[in-house]
Design a protein around this ligand. Structure first.
Ligand SMILES: *[C@@H]1O[C@H](CO)[C@@H](O)[C@H](O)[C@H]1NC(C)=O
Ligand SMILES: *[C@@H]1O[C@H](CO)[C@@H](O)[C@H](O)[C@H]1NC(C)=O
Ligand SMILES: [Zn+2]
Length: 446
């Protein structure tokens, strides 16, 4: 269910954009007036507090809608849960029957601890010496929302018009799982009508001068192991206590974890291409008023693990390993393995977006990045999960890409920042990408 709401423009806010353009023209800067306006829009968006647990989606939506109206985009506001607006902005193509491009960005961000920051996390302070703009969301991922919008503004001003339609989705709740955000959008009639052929979603900063691009997420699993055994006095040594059995299991898992982590440490595999497994809780013992009873060996023990599988790993092999090595049932241990989300798309294919000639969008995207004077690193799997999974589950190719080269990875960290020049260069990169993807006509192969 979605409730379309009013999309009338706010002339007051539109005037303030015009004023901001005029105002910035009198400030001396290494940037053009137009670039200063782009940076200013970024700062305005960063100052809206959309961090959990109480994101101000209303203020963010009103700001983004007024920027969209200023640029001249069509807007539609959907709402799949109260006070959680989801915006769809559209730049119609001259042939709307072609599969469209969707540029996605989430409006929300994770919380920040202000006392650990050198500038307040919602001030969007721009350091005059370094050009760093400090704010929660500067990298993850408010930068791309404004970059999409500014790239379209520039392309429109240059007289470019797209062949296929270009849509922007600005969605709530990505940082808390996306259940009232992209997940609902993906199931909606409005989404089906967009006829999306390719999605660009958030990526990650790159400390080198090569941009990073992501073609898959790792899938999150949860492993719960339970052991039961004979209880007994704390002083007795005997076989088959619950905790002793669980310790043997934990040791086997630790050896496996080392084997994976060693490949990362030796530089053989990126962290996102191995199986990660980390203990996240341990539960046992007999509570007493002062802590735990120390002279009783308990009859039950339990441990939980966070597991992340690259999409290329066969979960059946993992289950075999658990049954044979980690949790042998003859020892009276049991386990539950929970898979969070599907591991195949709606066509039964692996949840990956091809980054070779078999995906006709890939060479166009790659060429567009390179022709903007940039380098692209080898495509990667993302260690965590993003809204991109909802699109890949529907079989829609999705690249994770945030154009932040020469930038430390600071998402969810203290003092998250993006340099003004990196932000402005990113807009140029999107101009190249959006114009290439939206004018590319290979309808027969897409
Ligand atoms: C497993 O549990 C059963 C039933 O409680 C018990 O008879 C058996 O001895 C246990 N086996 C081991 C290896 O602890
Ligand atoms: C692209 O990669 C996929 C998966 O690795 C492979 O099956 C396919 O043959 C490749 N296509 C080309 C043209 O290399
Ligand atoms: Zn993000």
């Amino acid at each position: 269910m979605s409730l379309p709401s009013s999309s009338s423009s706010s002339s007051h806010l539109t005037r303030s954009f015009l004023l901001s353009l005029l105002f910035t023209s009198i400030v001396a800067s290494a940037f053009s007036d137009n670039e200063e306006a782009q940076i200013h829009h970024f700062q305005q968006y960063l100052r809206i507090r959309t961090a959990h647990p109480d994101p101000d989606y209303t203020a963010a939506a009103s700001f983004l809608l007024s920027l969209a109206h200023f640029i001249g985009l069509q807007t539609l506001t959907l709402q799949f849960a109260p006070n959680k607006p989801l915006l769809l902005l559209t730049w119609p193509g001259s042939d709307p029957s072609l599969p469209s491009i969707l540029l996605n960005s989430h409006i929300d961000s994770v919380p920040a601890e202000p006392d650990k920051w050198i500038h307040p996390p919602f001030s969007a302070t721009r350091d005059p010496d370094t050009g760093r703009i400090y704010a929660r969301g500067a990298q993850d991922d408010k930068c791309i929302a404004i970059q999409y919008l500014e790239a379209i503004r520039s392309l429109k001003r240059s007289g470019f018009s797209p062949l296929r339609s270009v849509h922007i989705s600005l969605v709530p709740d990505e940082e808390i799982g996306g259940a009232d955000g992209f997940e609902k959008l993906a199931q909606s009639e409005e989404f089906r009508k967009l006829n999306v052929g390719l999605v660009l979603d958030e990526g990650q900063a790159s400390p080198s001068d090569e941009f990073r691009v992501f073609y898959a997420d790792r899938s999150p699993w949860r492993l719960f192991v339970k052991a039961t055994g004979s209880p007994g006095h704390g002083s007795r040594m005997y076989d088959g206590t619950a905790i002793e059995k669980l310790m043997v299991c934990a040791e086997a898992i630790a050896r496996f974890r080392d084997s994976q982590f060693d490949m990362v440490k030796a530089g053989i595999s990126p962290a996102s291409e191995v199986i990660s497994i980390n203990p996240v809780y341990m539960k046992s013992g007999t509570p007493s008023p002062s802590g735990f009873v120390m002279n009783v060996q308990p009859s039950e023990a339990e441990m939980g693990f966070d597991l992340r599988l690259p999409p290329t790993v066969d979960p059946e092999q993992l289950k075999e390993r658990i049954n044979k090595e980690w949790v042998p049932s003859f020892k009276n241990m049991s386990y539950t393995l929970l898979q969070k989300g599907p591991i195949k798309d709606c066509n039964g294919k692996l949840l990956i977006t091809l980054t070779n000639e078999s995906n006709p969008w890939w060479p166009v995207f790659e060429k567009a990045v390179i022709s903007s004077g940039k380098k692209l690193a080898k495509p990667e799997i993302l260690s965590s999960t993003t809204d991109a999974r909802f699109m890949r589950e529907m079989g829609i190719p999705t690249f994770g890409f945030s154009p932040m080269a020469n930038t430390p990875i600071l998402l969810h960290d203290h003092n998250e920042f993006l340099k003004d020049e990196v932000f402005v260069k990113g807009i140029k990169v999107y101009e190249s990408i959006i114009s290439a993807l939206s004018s590319f006509n290979l309808a027969s192969s897409v």
